[in-house]
Design a protein around this ligand. Structure first.
Ligand code: T5A
Length: 214
């Protein structure tokens, strides 16, 4: 089972992934917990380049670095884990490129879909959970977390974008969910962490049961 979590900064993806990891493990499943950007052997360098406020990247450079990170991530981590029968839980994936580089930066979305197809080499998630909340609340949470953890300069390049940018990101994810209703499920990320975990777990259990019946 390949599950991705998407949504804006501070929507609670990392927090939810930890909870889902525990629930899958308690259910006896082996889990590979991973994220984009940054999980592969070259990922740490790419992540630093992509997220540091000290980076001045052309939009085209940013796009190709995210795609390079994904291609390596698929080859080194995701595909082998799925072949070994693991549940793969991934914090952000190809939909982030469609939304951030498409709705955010303005690249043609059909072109991005084609580039993503190359990067994922035909392997798309079974389920994508999209955590939805007002951009003001997501940014408030993310900035508070970055300030507490001292990440403001190292990883704050996207948080530093305008509210208009983040509003387009929210709308982009909701549009994507409408376009892919079989794969994407929108969850209300304003709910408390435990409630959100229950919501997400219920979705994944019902889908697993459905897959077994097929
Ligand atoms: N990007 C990424 C692209 O532009 N294109 C791409 O192709 C890809 C893959 C990655 C950035 O790169 C961009 C998008 C991103 O801007 P990142 O550092 O990986 O950045 O960070 P994000 O994925 O944005 O995630 P964040 O770490 O900012 O936020 P999370 O994981 O969504 O939120 P989380 O769990 O860390 O929670 C944030 C704070 O809120 C609290 C937590 O305790 C924490 O303090 N919280 C809640 N509070 C109330 N209610 C809840 N339900 C809560 N859940 C968590």
């Amino acid at each position: 089972m390949f599950v991705t979590l998407e949504g804006m900064e501070g929507s609670g993806k990392s927090t939810l992934l930890k909870g889902l990891n525990q629930r899958f493990q308690a259910a006896g499943r082996t889990v590979t917990l991973t994220r984009e950007p940054g999980a592969s052997s070259i990922g740490a360098n790419l992540r630093a380049m992509l997220l540091s406020t000290r980076s001045t990247l052309a939009n085209e450079t940013e796009l190709f670095l995210f795609l390079a990170d994904r291609a390596q991530h698929m080859t080194e981590i995701i595909r082998p884990a799925l072949q070994a029968g693991h549940v793969v839980l991934c914090d952000r994936f190809a939909d982030s490129t469609l939304v951030y580089q498409g709705y955010g930066r303005g690249f043609d979305r059909r072109l991005l879909a084609t580039l993503n197809d190359v990067a994922v080499s035909g392997l798309w998630p079974d389920t994508t959970l999209i955590l939805d909340l007002p951009p003001e609340e997501g940014l408030r949470r993310a900035l508070q977390r970055n300030n507490t953890s001292g990440q403001s300069d190292d990883e704050g390049r996207f948080e530093a974008e305008t509210l208009a940018f983040h509003t387009r990101i929210r709308e982009g994810f909701l549009e994507l969910a409408r376009q892919h209703p079989q794969r994407c499920v929108v969850l209300d990320a304003t709910r408390q962490p435990e409630q959100l975990l229950d919501d997400a777990w219920a979705v994944l259990c019902s889908r697993a049961a459905f897959q077994k019946q097929d």
